[in-house]
Structure formats: C-alpha cells, structure tokens
Design a protein around this ligand. Structure first.
Ligand code: SF4
Length: 329
C-alpha cells in the first residue's frame, strides 16, 4: 500500500493508522528540521497530486479487514509534505467519516488555513494539529523557509479563523530550534499569536530526529520547560523520549507480524531508532532488530547517528524509487 502506513502506537492519539496523501515531497515549506528530506516540489498550489480515488481504494481495502480496523483508535491524515495541498483532502475525510466511526486527525503546517475551503474540509475532522514555529517574520523565514506566497500574517490569521470555527480539538504544535526561533523576542511574539489563536493545547517540540539541516539543533528539556512558561495555555512538551509517535508497550497492533514493508513505509515518513520503531509497530525489539539488519544489508536502509542515538533512515536510492513507483499526478 502506497498511502497507508502503520498502525503505529501514538502516545497522544493511541493506535493510529497513517494515511499519507502525497509522495515525497510536495510542500510549501522547506523546514530546516524536516525529517522527510528536501522539498522536491515546492508549491503553494492545491492539486490532486495523487489520485483521490486510489487513496480511497486503499482505505477501502484496509477497511475490508474488520479485525484490523477494530484495533485502531484513530485515523491520522498526514503527508510526506503538506496534506492540505491535496485537493482531495475533504473528500478523503468525508469518506473516512462515512465508512467508520473512528476519529480522524489531521497534521498540517497550517499555511493554507486562511482558505475558507480548506477550513470547511477540515471541519469534518475530530482533531487537527496545525503548526506555528515563529510569529516573527525573520525567524519564520529561517526555520520554515516557506514559499514566497506563504505570508506569516495570513498564516496566523488562518489559524485564528480556524480555531474559532472548528468544533473539534485543535492542538497547536510549536517546534523550537536552538538559535533559530527561540530568542526571548520570538517566544514573546509566539505568546501573543497563541493568545489570538486560542488552541485547546500547545504541543511544544524540538528537533528530535535527524533533521534536513545539520544546523537545526534541539533545545534541552530545561530550555523547553522555560519556554513553556511563556504561554498561558496548557503545554505538552514533546521530546525525543516523549514524542508524538512514541510507542507504548502494546504488542502486535496490526494483528500480524510486521514485515520489512511495514518498516520501509514507516521510515519513508520519518527516521526512527530501533526501539522507537519496535514500539511504534508493536513488535518485539529483537524482531525489529532482525528486520532492520536485513534492510541495512540489502542497502534499502542506512544508519544515521544523531544526538548519540542510531536512527534508521531510508536510503536515498530507495526513497527515489518509491517516489518513481507512484502514479503521476
Ligand atoms: S516539516 Fe512538514 S511543513 Fe516542514 S518541510 Fe517537512 S513536510 Fe513540509
């Protein structure tokens, strides 16, 4: 399956089936901390970059297995890029709501929430996690490296409108990188923006996995805790050991033994240490290690050292091949 991955054990969301709308990497940002790799299609234009019908067909194929579906807590729409750029987003959310009572979550960089049609499409979701990494122009350009059309004031205005209209749960994610967007004036500007947006919670994050740029450096837990005090809303601090997709001790979430394809699908979206990967897929660490060893030996996966941890990442040739295998837009 090209567009469905997991399920993974997500600390915040539970057992989550990932639905990836875009091939790597169509985005209107090129964030210095991105885990997917450099933006190859840099666009702010919505389009049917992958066939909506093909994504829905994959979803239907997955949902034919009632036993696998019964184990899911949530369906999470994401992308190897920005999911709201996919013009079929609304149809896909509507389809999920039609065939299932499971809650639907959407992860987005928030840049297109200024568009009423995007807000309307997302209105059917249950949880939306938009991002806002900076509220000062200079820092926004440094950390997110947005397309020229992605105006910061318009982005914040879109978040304000969305948060006001949305009846589900809106959790605002803020990612801080050392020396890039964590100065006192950055935090003060973010605090003002957050006051306007009024999300239910803030998810404070830092550079946890191997980033696109080596100069994207993490904050320490103490620095994140200090930054959290700037906000008047509940703040969850997400760190390397406490991140969105950090696993629980559940086993065999998919009801079958995970295989090399499951690992490749997960690594296609983000680099992972072996223990995180085992937890996310709900498999024993020794099985994860054995599968990873085979993937490394075959050249499909390589090891990247980051902050004293070994991360498994998709080898560039495998990533290119996976993109080439996808149907053209
Ligand atoms: S982190 Fe998200 S928004 Fe930023 S470049 Fe990567 S895919 Fe795009």
């Amino acid at each position: 399956m090209d567009h469905i991955f997991g399920p993974v054990n997500s600390r915040r969301l539970g057992v989550s089936l990932g639905i990836d709308l875009l091939p790597p990497k169509i985005c209107n940002f090129n964030c210095i901390y991105c885990e997917v790799g450099p933006t190859t299609t840099f666009t702010n234009t919505r389009g049917e970059y992958t066939s909506t019908a093909a994504i829905i067909a994959e979803i239907d194929a997955y949902f034919a297995d009632a036993e696998a579906v019964a184990r899911l807590d949530i369906l999470t729409i994401t992308a190897s890029g920005e999911p709201t750029l996919h013009s079929g987003l609304g149809a896909i959310i509507a389809h999920l709501k039609q065939i299932s009572t499971k809650p639907v979550a959407v992860l987005t960089n928030g840049s297109l929430l200024y568009l009423p049609e995007v807000r309307r499409e997302l209105a059917k979701a249950d949880v939306v996690v938009p991002s806002l990494d900076a509220a000062r122009q200079e820092s926004y350009r440094r950390i997110d490296r947005p397309a020229a059309e992605c105006d910061l004031e318009r982005l914040i205005g879109g978040l304000v409108d969305f948060s006001r209209e949305f009846t589900g749960r809106c959790w605002l994610e803020i990612l801080l990188a050392r020396g890039i967007n964590d100065a006192p004036e950055d935090l003060a500007a973010l605090a003002v923006a957050v006051e306007r947006i009024q999300p239910e919670r803030i998810q404070l994050n830092t550079v946890a996995r191997p980033p696109l740029e080596t100069f994207a450096l993490p904050l320490s837990l103490e620095q994140l805790r200090a930054a959290a005090t700037c906000f008047q809303l509940p703040v969850d601090i997400l760190t390397d050991r406490n991140s969105l997709e950090r696993g629980s001790d559940k086993s065999e979430v998919s009801g079958r033994q995970a295989d090399q394809e499951d690992i490749l699908h997960l690594l296609q979206r983000r680099p992972c240490p072996a223990d995180d990967l085992a937890a996310a897929l709900g498999i024993q660490p020794d099985r994860a290690a054995a599968l990873l060893t085979r993937l490394v030996a075959s050249g499909q996966v390589k090891i990247s050292r980051h902050r004293d941890r070994d991360y498994y990442v998709i080898a560039p040739r495998e990533r290119d091949q996976k993109s080439a295998d996808r149907p053209p837009a």
